[in-house]
Design a protein around this ligand. Structure first.
Ligand SMILES: [Zn+2]
Length: 499
């Protein structure tokens, strides 16, 4: 009988607000421990929480981007459990009536080097608050001890729960990358796995595939929940390990135990943390200190209008309009700032200059961004928003290239100069006197010299070895220090040789 891994993912995302979910404490990262705290987020008696409107706005924005139904009324609930990092002894979350339900995202998968698409269904999206942080220290004395930092307690989180409809590690990773890209595009979260602003728990089981007259049917198996994965690499390895572990158990005729397991990065295994019997009973009940969260339709409509084009739509559009290769598109659309920059440069170019057709200009701009600008950015350890080439200047550089003033080699050199000096490309070209040789007489002179010096190569060409021409062009480029206009050189050389 065939079997299939079934994965469902729960993602906790920290929302990009300035203050906490139910009080006005700052959520600033990396400050002195227990600095950003107040009676509300430390759970003092007699205090009342108030809802952070910005957090609700970001949550609704996310739910809409994930094609969810946003409910006009949702209810906050207390999730009761004791842990030292949870000063109130309960976490405010949403349970029976979450903010939004029934969404989906479309993900990209590779099949035989072709892109295919799959819808991944979202069960629910709800708002909750984060707990504090425990720092475990090993004491110098006999006792080990732990320290508590409540700065994170009460930070707004969004929990996004997928349906168990991911059937391979590849699908799970693609879903997570897609989700992260969407959340970054709509600017609701930094989604930094290392900083813990994007945390993933996975439910994994092995289903049996039964063939019946209605087609294939899945008989779900016992699931385990995997925690403690702090990078995409860890998620990939943990899921691969867990699927294999469960398969081995099942093929040897044993049963998978329903439990929570922790991924151990060092050992490369998942280890049992607690079984179903030891699982918490959270005794959820509606939060008595907060009214149900009422969201008016007009609020939802306003946010819907503010949603930008999402990554996958953008990728499809870039393909249709600019016909760029998928590898280019993946890089350009990996961040909204890069995609926006690319299109702004293209717009400036199209409005001011006429040389080159749209697709060719788009490819030239894409090449310059991907190989040159991103190269410089990586070299200096910057992020793309610190890009030092203004849109106008990149458009100007592309114009100089299409006008034949700059060869592709000079184009890169001048771009680098623009980066370091912040001068305009025109100014640099004028100052340095670097311009491509497009003067026919001047070029012809060099070509004649090269022909005279390379009689054997010329003979080869004339006897039918057409590719010998590139050796001659190489010589011309060398003599002109790369300043000869390549298209013109090729044409003139061919004309002379073929005479
Ligand atoms: Zn507070």
């Amino acid at each position: 009988m065939n079997s299939l891994p079934v994965i469902g993912l729960e993602v906790h995302v920290q929302l990009k607000t300035k203050t906490k979910m139910f009080c006005s404490c700052s959520v600033e990262f990396g400050v002195e421990p227990n600095k950003n705290i107040c009676p509300i987020c430390t759970g003092q008696p007699g205090v009342l929480p108030t809802v952070n409107k910005k957090a609700v706005e970001l949550a609704v924005k996310t739910a809409l981007a994930l094609n969810c139904k946003v409910h006009n009324e949702s209810v906050f609930a207390r999730k009761n459990y004791y842990y030292p990092d949870l000063p109130k002894n309960y976490q405010i979350s949403q349970y029976e009536s979450p903010l939004a339900t029934d969404g989906f995202v479309e993900i990209e998968l590779k099949k035989d080097s072709e892109k295919i698409y799959k819808k991944v269904y979202i069960k629910r999206v709800h708002i909750e608050e984060d707990a504090g942080k425990l720092l475990h220290a090993i004491g110098k004395e006999e006792l080990d001890y732990s320290l508590i930092d409540y700065n994170r307690a009460g930070t707004p989180l969004l929990e996004i729960v997928s349906q168990p409809c991911l059937y391979s590690v590849e699908e799970a990773i693609s879903y997570l990358v897609t989700l992260r890209d969407i959340l970054r595009f709509i600017d609701v979260s930094d989604c930094d796995l290392e900083k813990g602003t994007f945390r993933v728990d996975a439910n994994v089981s092995i289903a049996e595939v039964e063939n019946s007259c209605e087609g294939e049917k899945l008989k779900l198996g016992t699931k385990t929940e995997i925690k403690n994965m702090n990078s995409f690499k860890a998620i990939k390895e943990a899921l691969t390990y867990e699927i294999e572990r469960q398969r081995k158990i099942l093929t040897s005729g044993n049963k998978v135990v329903q439990e929570t397991r922790l991924w151990s990065e060092e050992l490369g295994v998942t280890k049992s943390m607690r079984t179903k019997e030891e699982a918490h009973d959270y005794r959820y009940f509606p939060e008595p200190d907060l009214l149900p969260l009422e969201i008016e339709e007009i609020f939802i409509e306003e946010i819907k209008k503010s949603l930008p084009e999402l990554p996958l739509q953008k990728k499809k559009r870039f393909k249709n309009i600019y016909n760029l290769p998928d590898s280019d598109i993946d890089i350009l659309v990996s961040e909204k700032v890069i995609a926006d920059y690319f299109e702004r440069v293209l717009t400036i170019y199209s409005q001011s200059y006429t040389q080159g057709d749209l697709k060719s200009v788009a490819k030239t701009i894409s090449n310059l961004i991907i190989t040159e600008i991103l190269g410089l950015i990586n070299q200096e350890g910057l992020t793309f928003d610190k890009n030092k080439i203004k849109e106008e200047y990149l458009a100007e550089l592309v114009k100089l290239y299409y006008d034949g003033v700059l060869s592709s080699k000079l184009l890169k050199e001048v771009l680098e100069e623009v980066w370091y000096t912040q001068k305009s490309p025109k100014e640099i070209v004028q100052q340095k006197g670097i311009s491509q040789i497009s003067d026919i007489d001047e070029l012809k002179k060099v070509i004649q010299e090269v022909i005279a010096e390379n009689q054997k190569v010329v003979d080869d060409y004339k006897s039918g070895k057409i590719q010998a021409i590139s050796a001659l062009i190489g010589q011309i480029m060398k003599k002109t220090k790369g300043k000869a206009n390549p298209q013109l050189t090729h044409q003139l050389l061919k004309d002379i040789l073929d005479k």
